[in-house]
Design a protein around this ligand. Sequence first.
Ligand SMILES: [Zn+2]
Ligand SMILES: [Zn+2]
Length: 131
Amino acid sequence: MGELENCLQCHALFVYNGRKICQNCYANEEKDYDAVFHFMRQQKNRQATLHDIHTHTGVEERKIMNFLRQGRLHIVQFPQLYYECDTCLGPIREGRICKVCSVKMKKELENTAATVVNKKHKLGTSYYTDC
Ligand SMILES: [Zn+2]
Ligand SMILES: [Zn+2]
């Protein structure tokens, strides 16, 4: 007997099958993906925007962005497309976060590292003075 899970999309209970969404939602998602994929496969749709794809396929823009984020659709061939940065929701075309956020994150990491070094340094000095 499988374990029961709540579907991430429709919140229905379903028997866990290695996916976070139920069979229904999974089937729907595949149908959406197929529609988007077929639309984008046509050479004349290379300049399509998220909105164009939504109008032609009926698939929500958010879902299309998810396919892009997952790498299921190859964004390089579609100059008008983008998806959202994980952190600030700004438009990006590669990775999971935008340049601004990645610079910010790097700085934060550096700051944390610097604080640790500073603390060690201070501890070291106080140790020597105490002696
Ligand atoms: Zn579901
Ligand atoms: Zn960002």
